[in-house]
Design a protein around this ligand. Structure first.
Ligand code: PGA
Length: 306
């Protein structure tokens, strides 16, 4: 076999891309290559290993041998990334690409923060991914991002967490809803409502459930809808009321299509955090981003909020 001598980084990257996307076409797209080029890299890798790595009879999946090699490939690629980070840090300039991942709800403000930060640091570029809690956790776990912007950081990973702005959450309804415009609505009034929920595992959903438990409220009915956008559409369609993060509904409140309900003990106030692994080396670029969020994040987010 003599893997260390014979395997190339191209083969390793192709293998990881196929493992991540479970598709040769997708892997080709990810790596800006053609599909035959990807197949060739995999075939060459298989020839070196002397075993089948990717089984494509029905669905594309890794064989046990493929799993072993993908694990090694990820580690090899990751050490190169870390070396790059360290090399850039030695140059002492806030430059390079920052890999930022934002939890779904943060997509309403993260681009605005990065836009301002980018204006001040033209040598820093971003790769921004928006994803759900489970994926953000995986990206942190597998060291595939520099920082994550989220409410509650995941457990079980050694993370440094810097809170940089308050995170307000409230109930919203259609302007013609019976509770709209009422002052200091007691939480018990929600018992007669149909509540629209984010998916299980979402931070927003978790905050809502805590609020309901704390006030002993059991709503009339609860429907689960996958995203903040779908929730807003459903509320506007008159399906029920929802509990959302303030940045997600600023535009609809501004245009008069949704109203915030003045429920007692709301807004619920939590924190927005910038989170990174403790073993992620600090770079001037990362330092600059953390500094920016801590000094200006809160004020800038307040200005975008309703
Ligand atoms: P969510 O995240 O998009 O999963 O609801 C918000 C949060 O992290 O608090």
């Amino acid at each position: 076999m003599k893997l260390a001598q014979r395997m190339t980084l191209k083969q390793l990257r192709a293998l990881v891309a196929v493992a991540d996307s479970a598709s040769f076409t997708q892997a080709a797209r990810l790596l800006h290559l053609t599909q035959p080029a990807i197949s060739m890299q995999i075939r060459d890798a298989e020839a070196i290993v002397g075993q089948v790595l990717v089984d494509g009879r029905r669905e594309i999946h890794l064989t046990p041998a493929g799993e072993i090699l993908v694990r090694a490939a990820r580690q090899a690629l990751h050490s190169l990334e870390l070396a790059e980070v360290e090399l850039k840090a030695r140059m002492g300039v806030a430059a390079g690409t920052l890999d930022v991942v934002a939890i779904t709800t943060a997509e309403y403000f993260v681009p605005h923060l990065l836009a301002e930060f980018g204006r001040r640091h033209p040598d820093i570029t971003f790769r921004l991914t928006v994803d759900n809690r489970e994926r953000v956790r995986t990206l942190l776990q597998e060291q595939r991002c520099d920082v994550a912007i989220m409410g509650q950081p995941p457990r079980g990973i050694d993370l440094r967490r810097i809170p940089f702005a308050p995170h307000r959450l409230s109930f919203v309804a259609r302007p013609d809803h019976r509770l709209a415009g009422r002052k200091r609505i007691p939480p018990a009034a929600l018992t007669d409502e149909r509540l629209l929920l984010r998916e299980q595992g979402s931070g927003t959903r978790d905050n809502l459930e805590r609020f309901l438990r704390a006030h002993g409220v059991k709503p009339l009915a609860a429907d689960e809808l996958g995203s903040n956008e779908t929730l807003k559409q459903a509320v506007m369609a008159g399906m029920g009321i929802a509990f959302l993060s303030h940045h997600t509904f600023a535009m609809e409140v501004e245009s008069g299509r949704l109203v915030r309900l003045d429920v007692a003990d709301t807004p619920v106030i939590r924190e927005w955090n910038v989170v990174s692994r403790t073993d992620r080396p600090m770079t001037p670029a990362l330092d600059a981003l953390l500094e920016f969020l801590q000094t200006e994040g809160a004020a800038r987010m307040r200005a975008m909020e309703r």
